[in-house]
Design a protein around this ligand. Sequence first.
Ligand code: AMP
Length: 130
Amino acid sequence: MSSVFTKIINREIPAYIVAEDAYNIAFLDINPLSEGHTLVIPKREVDYIFDLDDTTYSSLNLFAKKVAVAIGKVTKKRIGTSVIGIEVPHAHIHLIPFNRMSELNFANPKLKFTNEEFLEIAAKIREAFG
Ligand code: AMP
C-alpha cells in the first residue's frame, strides 16, 4: 500500500504543497511546530532516509536547501532540520523555522492553523521558492 506521502505526490489526498521538482516535493506539516514547518520528501518511496541511493539522497538534500532558503525569506527565521520518521514510513526531512532551540522540540504541543492560514503561508513560500 502506498504511503500517505505517496498519496500526496499522486494528488490522491490534499496537501499544502510549497515546492516540487522531478524527484522531490515539499509540503507543510499539518501538525507544525512553528509556522512554515515543512516536510521535504523524495518521490521515490523509501522508508529509511539512509537507505536512499546516493543520487536520490543528494537530490533531496539540495532540494531541501532551496526550500529552506524560501521558508527563511518568508518567516525571517533560521531553519532547523530534523529527520525522525517514526510516524510515516516514507523518508522525509523536517524544515522548521525557529528563533529559540526549544521550538525544535517534537514533544512540544503542535500549533493549530486554519485552512486559510495554511494556504497563505504555503502561497508565500511557493512564491519565494520561485
Ligand atoms: P515522523 O515520521 O515522526 O517524522 O512524523 C511525520 C510527520 O508527518 C508529522 O510531523 C506529521 O504531522 C506529518 N504528517 C502526517 N501526515 C501528514 C499529511 N497528510 N500532511 C502533512 N503532514 C503530515
